[in-house]
Write a protein that binds this ligand. Structure first.
Ligand SMILES: *Cc1c(COP(=O)(O)O)cnc(C)c1O
Length: 362
């Protein structure tokens, strides 16, 4: 009855609820550092705008996201027609895959990177070429380019990359994009761009001018702290945007998410203050890891990837003490929390890592 390509997929597993974890370990407080949410919340203007809004619950929302579109257009210097909005970037990733990938097609992505790219290629019956990140946790663009063949429709670039936190620079990206044939879409997921400090980070919007096959993705979920509202967007040239728009459900963002996003955009100060605090705590974190000689990838984001043996065991030990972090195959991804929380977590983490490295591996 079901598509055979669903066999190898698993539904997203959110893990046990905060309440269940509190009960299981007898904790009063949980510090959630496993999903890269904004630990400083959202601009107070968001709650104000929603409290003041005329809700119009019985009417469908504005299917063109007019106000957010026009505000973003001014902010980014891109034409209003160049945007496509979605119920989070998660939906945008699904729409791109739906519009571009069919059985027999393939896509290229890094590994590890954001899992949803793989998931939606699989749903569309397309095959995936996973190209391992290099030893520094960065996309191996040479190998990714070499993996492109006549079946390739999409290449995913997650910049900075989730979960490694590393980035590729302006020159590397523009050289790569210049090489890729125009009938292959290059999707650049810039979910964490507001946290970036590297001076040579690409200005990908400028690439859009000469490359009709490039799409840039951004979201309100991380730096603007609106993960619960589910709104994100793609920017690109009209032709690509208009084709993907054909597979978009017309009312895929809600009136409330539009109001929230607009209010958040109008408070750039709040967002910048969050990224400033993040930088400070990230620097404190790396200083600690350096001092304790704990290996990690340098991060341009609001999370950090710390290499570890037995990542699951380490995450479990942190969870017992009320800190949720995310285990991967050869390390753990930790959202950069508030200063005091990170100070506590780092001590617990050091202990857990030490225990993990002396325990015999099962
Ligand atoms: C969090 C995340 C997303 C999903 O963002 P939403 O807009 O909340 O759906 C997409 N890509 C990357 C790399 C992410 O880390």
């Amino acid at each position: 009855m079901f598509k055979p390509n669903l066999t190898d997929l698993r539904a997203y597993d959110p893990g046990p609820s905060i309440e269940d974890i509190k009960k299981a370990y007898g904790l009063n407080r949980i510090v959630k550092l496993d999903s890269n949410e904004n630990v400083y919340g959202a601009s107070p203007r968001v709650a104000e705008a929603i409290a003041k809004a005329v809700l119009l619950p019985a009417l469908y929302p504005d299917c063109r996201d007019t106000e957010v579109r026009s505000e973003l257009s001014k902010l980014l210097g891109v034409k209003p027609e160049q945007f496509l909005f979605g119920c989070g970037l998660d939906e945008i990733i699904a729409l791109i895959s739906r519009a571009l990938l069919a059985p027999g097609d393939s896509m290229v992505m890094a590994w590890p990177t954001f899992y949803e790219y793989y998931c939606h290629a699989q749903i569309e019956g397309a095959s995936t070429k996973k190209i391992p990140c290099d030893k520094d946790g960065r996309h191996d663009l040479k190998a990714m380019f070499a993996a492109i063949d006549s079946s390739t429709k999409v290449v995913w670039i997650c910049n900075p990359n989730n979960p490694t936190g590393t980035y590729i620079n302006e020159k590397e990206l523009s050289d790569f994009v210049r090489q890729v044939p125009e009938n292959v879409a290059v999707i650049i997921d810039e979910d964490y761009i507001d946290f970036v400090t590297a001076a040579d980070f690409p200005n990908s919007l400028r690439l859009l001018e000469n490359h009709p096959n490039v799409l840039v993705l951004r979201t309100f979920s991380k730096s603007y702290g609106l993960a619960s509202f589910r709104i994100g967007y793609a920017v690109g040239q009209r032709r690509l945007i208009d084709e993907i728009d054909k597979v978009r459900p017309p009312f895929n963002t809600t009136r409330l998410s539009q109001i929230a996003a607009y209010a958040a955009l109008k408070d750039q100060e709040f967002m910048k203050e969050c990224t400033r605090k993040n930088r400070e705590v990230l620097a404190m974190t790396t200083a600690y890891l350096d001092e304790k000689k704990i290996p990690y990838y340098p991060s341009q984001t609001n999370f950090i990837f710390v290499k570890a043996r037995d990542p699951k065991g380490v995450a479990e030990k942190c969870r017992k003490q009320g800190f949720l972090i995310n285990p991967f195959q050869d390390g753990i991804r930790i959202t950069i929390g508030k200063k005091e929380d990170m100070q506590d977590l780092l001590k617990i983490l050091e202990q857990a890592l030490t225990e993990a490295s002396v325990e015999p591996t099962a």
